[in-house]
Write a protein of this length. Structure first.
Length: 397
């Protein structure tokens, strides 16, 4: 999707909030219907039956009929898709939507004239019951837009995301291959020796976030002061999220343009970031340490980077087995748990090869990608990399 920052007027924002309330109300009713189902009862109603019930509800409730039927029907359509994803074991079970969280609605049947450009940096989109709403035209919108989604984050910012299928980025055609090792201290280490890190909050911003979190802990629940502090925290968090997304977009675009094949580890990030607190009968160990590791994994955008690479370099992303990639020597192939002297230093005790530990893992990922493609019957991934110059370059003196 192509997302843009909306600039609604106060009157338009009030109608947006009404649309969000209607979409949230319809979604939560659908969740309640499915939560009522038990084995032996009739199946929960599907989209067609729920759409018929929505027509009856709009006739009986003038406040619901005053809203957009497109917004309300698409909330049911989104719920039906969420249920299908849950039974397809690709997503979790759809749950309640809360005011202030997951705020948004979707508009379909968009006509070519519903999106227009006003000036070099300003565009407009037509929204039902609202009219023309301005947004910041920060990049070109692909033609053929059929639907869009309007969302509001916790910082109070409105965005519009147009559902378009972007064209994949063409590779250089040189047969170049790169291995990418994702980490917490170093966000992404390339087999070329380059170390990349996500841009996070700066020192003064982190200090201000800590002060605000302490202030929030002292504020009375439900007070105006607490609400203002929560908005200030949300703005800082949104700034951090924007920087991470910007890094992911720029890094994935550069990798897709520079290399023909991009190798990454096949990591189960959802399982890796699962809480370790356990249950009352069997409490977990190292819960605080595991929580810190989970935050580090999510803050470095592991999943976002691979997702965007698969979008931009379609068919050119190879996932390899992550086992022993950080313990195997990329030169002689010996697996040694003691070879990693620290987080950053790797020294093989068999052949003496030494380099950055994350780069060594990226070299192993690149090597494993060649075996994976060849095993599938595909062409070999170019010539083997000349490791001698890289070993001299990355040698720990």
């Amino acid at each position: 999707m192509s997302r843009f920052r909306l600039q609604p007027t106060p009157a338009q924002e009030r109608v947006f909030l009404e649309h969000c309330g209607h979409a949230r109300f319809v979604w939560n009713l659908a969740v309640e219907q499915h939560a009522h189902w038990r084995p032996g009862r009739r199946a929960a109603p599907g989209f067609v039956e729920q759409a018929r019930q929505l027509t009856q509800a709009r006739a009986a409730n003038p406040w619901l009929a005053a809203g957009s039927v497109i917004v309300q029907q698409q909330a049911l359509r989104d719920f039906a898709q969420a249920v299908a994803n849950f039974f397809g074991r690709t997503h979790r079970r759809p749950t309640w939507r809360l005011r202030g969280r997951s705020e948004g609605f979707r508009i379909v049947a968009v006509k070519p004239g519903d999106v227009r450009r006003v000036s070099r940096k300003v565009g407009e989109v037509r929204v039902p019951k609202v009219g023309w709403v301005r947004f910041r035209w920060s990049r070109v919108i692909a033609s053929g837009v059929k639907s869009y989604r309007i969302t509001r984050d916790r910082a109070g910012r409105w965005h519009v995301a147009f559902a378009v299928v972007p064209e994949p980025i063409a590779g250089p055609g040189t047969g170049s291959v790169v291995g990418v090792d994702r980490g917490v201290t170093v966000s992404a280490a390339l087999s070329t020796g380059e170390l990349l890190s996500v841009a996070t909050l700066r020192g003064p911003e982190k200090a201000r976030l800590l002060r605000l979190q302490r202030k929030l802990a002292r504020a009375k629940r439900g007070s105006t002061r607490r609400g203002k502090v929560k908005v200030a925290i949300a703005k800082l968090k949104a700034r951090e999220t924007d920087r991470r997304k910007d890094w992911v977009e720029k890094t994935s675009t550069r990798l897709a343009r520079t290399f023909d094949v991009i190798a990454v580890e096949n990591l189960k990030i959802t399982n890796m970031t699962r809480s370790a607190k356990g249950t009352i009968d069997a409490p977990g160990r190292g819960v605080r340490q595991k929580a810190g590791l989970n935050r580090g994994i999510l803050a470095n955008g592991w999943g976002q980077l691979v997702t965007r690479l698969e979008h931009k370099a379609a068919g050119r992303v190879v996932e390899v087995d992550p086992r022993f990639t950080s313990q195997r020597c990329s030169t002689c192939g010996i697996v040694d748990r003691e070879a990693r002297e620290s987080q950053a230093a790797y020294r093989c005790r068999s052949c003496g090869f030494a380099c950055n530990a994350d780069v060594n893992a990226a070299l192993n990922i690149r090597s494993a990608a060649g075996h994976a493609v060849t095993a599938r019957g595909g062409p070999p991934l170019g010539e083997p990399m000349n490791r001698e110059p890289q070993r001299d370059l990355l040698l720990v003196r």
